[in-house]
Design a protein around this ligand. Sequence first.
Ligand code: NBP
Length: 473
Amino acid sequence: AQADIAVIGLAVMGRNLAMNIAEKGFKVAVYNRSSSRTDEAMAEAGDLAGNMIACHSIEELVAALKPPRALLLMVKAGEAVDQTVELLKPHLSKGDIIIDAGNANYRDSIARNDALTAEGFQFLGVGVSGGEEGARHGPSIMAGGNKDAFARVEPVLMAIAARYEGTPCCAYMGPAGAGHFVKTLHNGIEYADMQMIAEAYGLMRAGLGMSTAAIADVFEGWTSGPLASYLIEITVQALRTTDPATGKPIVDVILDSAGQKGTGRWSAIEALDLGVPASAIAAAVEARGLSSARALRQAVNAALGDAERGSIGSATPEAVADIEKTLLAGKILAYAQGFDVMAAGSKQFGWDLPLAEIARIWRAGCIIRSRMLDRMSEAYSATPAPASLILDPDFAGQIKESLPAARKTLGHAVAEGHAVPALTSALNYLQQLRASRSTVDLVQAQRDIFGAHGFERIDQPGAHHGPWHSGAE
Ligand code: NBP
């Protein structure tokens, strides 16, 4: 036995992770349910195959590993994980570590951890972000599970992780479930960030009447400003690409219907479950859902006519700067919501999630990597940590500075018939939060009328009822 770790599941993610591990000088045993994929992965690995051991059976795989064995699963999330674990178990020894590095629901990771630890095995639920490129050259890695098991595989995970100014983007998040919970929120924030960028693009295209090339120039300018991020960079790439078949910008021939694999939706569900508003994330998840409801969209379009989207102004540098500020405020607020959900989850499950560390390991490798996360990491390093990112003096300042532009831009956008669900959700969230008095006084009155729920008064302590029922106070 000579392999340091096994990678099981050699589709896009698994084979790239295996090559990454091999490149860092570890010996990695590789296995895939369909053997042909194992052979393909070895062929693709070229020189790196020298550090890879191709295994065509579970027996071979288990025999190739140094004890206590570490087996990293990169199979399709869900049942495939349980089926693979069941196949492995009879061949494993107590203390062997099973690592699920796919996009598991964190509740499944907790259940798998409980079941496997009861049988004497160890389990890690590890969130890996960065897609194919990240897996190959350095992903962001969020690990949860038994601390000793993490320590055993830490050298491998640290070596393959992305680096930000030399520091690996890999950290221990807490007990089982914590790693996949954080990865879920990463993806929820990713949905919001992407949707908001798309909305800003829409405002420039249909609101300011700009060409795709001109919009690409604007986004390119933003790559060196406060919005600097991987997602803005790939936006420039997308907008600059021409469709070889038609010669049109490729975005103009891509069908406006997006799928989803579940993690964005899970983050919105968790937010609702924990009672934490994450309206910008939820709006982004819903926008994807609506995009894929094509038959309904076509029927509504036919019944009500095409949306008459009007101009929100001319394409002046000021109008474009206003959209940049709108996106900046929206992005900070969406991230604030995502971090709030993590803070609440941490409290609920007793995890003690390291929020500063999370922002730190998201600075490179993952899809939402951005300059802003550096500042977010600093914000959460303060003692005491801010109750919300909005309360960090620097982010508070940025929001305050951007707010007039956001209100103006989104006001025009709504008046002129543009759909800007994520950006307006973020703005509404802030307007509600900062209002000295909301309209929930009326809701309280309604609740008391139909359900005698009672209310507090602004001028007297205690519970009160309105004078609507006979005999009531
Ligand atoms: P897929 O999610 O497409 O899964 C394909 C792999 O799962 C193949 O190796 C396949 O084996 C294996 N598999 C299946 Br399907 N059912 C199985 C079963 N019952 N038993 C054993 N193996 C089974 O691969 P992926 O896109 O590389 O993603 C892997 C994981 O990483 C997923 O959880 C995904 O959500 C997560 N992830 C993906 C990305 C990304 O950008 N793609 C990013 C971050 C995380 P076969 O070859 O025999 O069919």
